[in-house]
Ligand binder design. Structure first.
Ligand code: GLU
Length: 507
């Protein structure tokens, strides 16, 4: 019988979630929905040294903004609650002890200082120390010490860790849905700590125990965890849980735009794009990192863009709703090699979504920007403006960048445009244009357009010369939609005032 599909996103709250983490959550979500399964959020916070306040809320807020709703997990509970590992602390010890009992793990009493000394001694001989089948017999542990001594140390509350006993000559096989069979020889593995002296499990122990207890069917996670997978496979065997071991799928890394190396926060700072879904303020330094939400991305566009970083559909289609993604997603079509992140393509995706929004929807976005600037304008007018400029906008913030002159008269004029279009005869031309505009019966776009075209034609003028110098007076630079559109929205009074101002300032 096929197991019910149950997948988990299991981030550690060590800082803001990178977009690679969101991509992992997304693929888990798509896979769960596709198979009518469960998507779980488990918070892996057993490493107290790396805990960052606010990071857990950040993870939850990010998933919410992206629309990746989980049906079990931190904040909402479920049949396997609690879902925060620090609250499951009491659970893990018995599993580590059980492995010791079965001879698959052992107590190690070596102090941090002793380990450090050995490490240093070996380093001098250019050897990297590993606690493994070759070295464990010369260390201080329950394999080398006699039973009475071990008992004495335990009774005396001597600090210890529990380490897994890696087999000596064996090939461990990980079957990965994306990568096929991955074989790792046990001589390359070390006796990893499963249980720490601070009474906390390590990632490996807690992760495997929880995946088992939470009946996880598929472990879908980033490639950086592939080196841990053989150890996890071994743990399933040692626990006797092989028959319920989840299937593994290790997703490719997100790479720098240049293609070499993992995409990092520094790349974002260097090239000016966010690597986090939401803005993050570092609780210690106060440093602010930008987020996709605050930079003016729609969550649907952000998700669509991420979906194609590491997975490809059968067709050339690029724009997908989340429902469509659920339909067509499969782990078999995830790639093995890293996916290069392209910040320009991210903007392109957002543009595709932006232009399909109605003017009324965009007006809501622009209005909230206007309100923050204490600019109050009729909804109708904002809608009209959105309709005119949306082709030029990639991000929500561009709605403002592309329309600011509708709300605020220019107080400076672009030098390049002046050079190009402000000629000796421009002032007299504009004065004539002013009289023409004053004489119109109304100030509708069509009326303005017809009158100006007729004027240009009758006087044998150049369209570019007239329109561009006029644009300079109303907009301040060479951007924006048709001049008749701009003028009719600004209204006669404002148009004339701006022309007069420019005539004085530019002479
Ligand atoms: N806590 C790990 C992380 O931060 C989870 C890895 C896994 O999914 O097994 O990514």
């Amino acid at each position: 019988m096929n197991k019910r599909v149950r997948v988990r996103f299991a981030p550690s709250p060590t800082g803001p979630l990178h977009i690679g983490g969101i991509r992992t959550a997304l693929y888990n979500y798509l896979f769960a929905k596709k198979h009518n399964g469960d998507f779980i959020l488990r918070i892996e916070d057993t490493d107290q040294n790396r805990y960052v306040p606010g990071a857990e809320d950040y993870i939850i807020d990010s998933l919410r903004w992206c629309g990746l709703q989980y049906n079990e997990g931190v904040g909402i509970g479920g049949p396997h609650a609690p879902y925060r590992q620090s609250e499951r602390k009491h659970l893990y010890k018995q599993y580590a002890d059980a492995l010791v009992e079965k001879g698959f793990a052992y107590y190690a009493f070596d102090t941090p200082d002793e380990l450090e000394n050995i490490r240093k001694q070996l380093e001098a001989q250019k050897i990297t120390f590993q606690y493994n089948p070759a070295t464990r017999s010369s260390m201080k542990n329950s394999i080398t010490l006699n039973e009475a001594e071990v008992k004495r140390l335990l009774l005396a509350d001597t600090p210890y860790v529990i380490r897994i006993k890696i087999p000596e000559h064996e090939e461990i096989i990980v079957n990965d849905i994306i990568r096929g069979e991955v074989r790792v020889h046990s001589s390359l593995m070390d006796d990893k700590v499963l249980y720490k002296s601070d009474g906390m499990p390590t990632y490996h122990l807690a992760n495997v125990v929880d995946d088992y207890l939470m009946e996880i069917s598929h472990v879908i996670r980033g490639e950086e965890w592939l080196p841990s997978a053989p150890l996890h496979v071994l743990l399933y065997r040692y626990f006797g849980w092989e028959s319920s071991m989840p299937q593994f799928a290790h997703l490719p890394l997100l790479l720098k735009p240049e293609g070499n190396g993992k995409l990092s926060k520094r790349d974002g700072d260097r090239l000016g794009f966010p690597v986090f879904p939401l803005q993050w303020t570092d609780p210690k330094s106060g440093e602010i990192s930008s987020g996709y939400r605050e930079s003016g991305y729609f969550p649907e566009a952000f998700i669509n863009m991420l979906s194609l970083l590491g997975w490809h559909p059968e067709t050339e289609q690029e724009i997908f709703t989340i429902e469509e993604l659920i339909q067509v997603f499969s782990l078999e079509r995830a790639s093995k090699s890293g996916a290069k992140f392209d910040p320009e393509k991210a903007k392109w995706f957002n543009h595709q979504y932006l232009i399909t929004k109605s003017n009324a929807e965009l007006a809501i976005c622009l209005k909230s920007i206007l309100i923050k600037k204490d600019i109050h304008v009729d909804d109708d007018k904002i809608e009209k403006i959105c309709g005119l400029i949306k082709e030029r906008a990639n991000l929500i913030s561009d709605l403002w960048n592309q329309s600011d002159y509708f709300f605020v008269a220019p107080d400076t004029y672009d030098e390049k445009t002046i050079k190009k279009y402000w000629k000796e005869n421009t002032p007299s031309l504009l004065n004539e244009l002013k009289s023409l505009l004053l004489s119109l019966d109304d100030f509708k776009k069509e009326t303005i357009e017809t009158a100006i075209h007729r004027y240009i034609e009758e006087n044998g003028l150049s369209m570019g010369q007239v329109m561009n110098s006029w644009r300079l007076t109303l907009v301040g630079t060479a951007k924006g939609p048709g001049m008749a559109d701009i003028a009719s929205i600004l209204g006669r009074e404002e148009v004339l005032a701006r022309m007069n101002k420019a005539l004085i300032e530019l002479k």
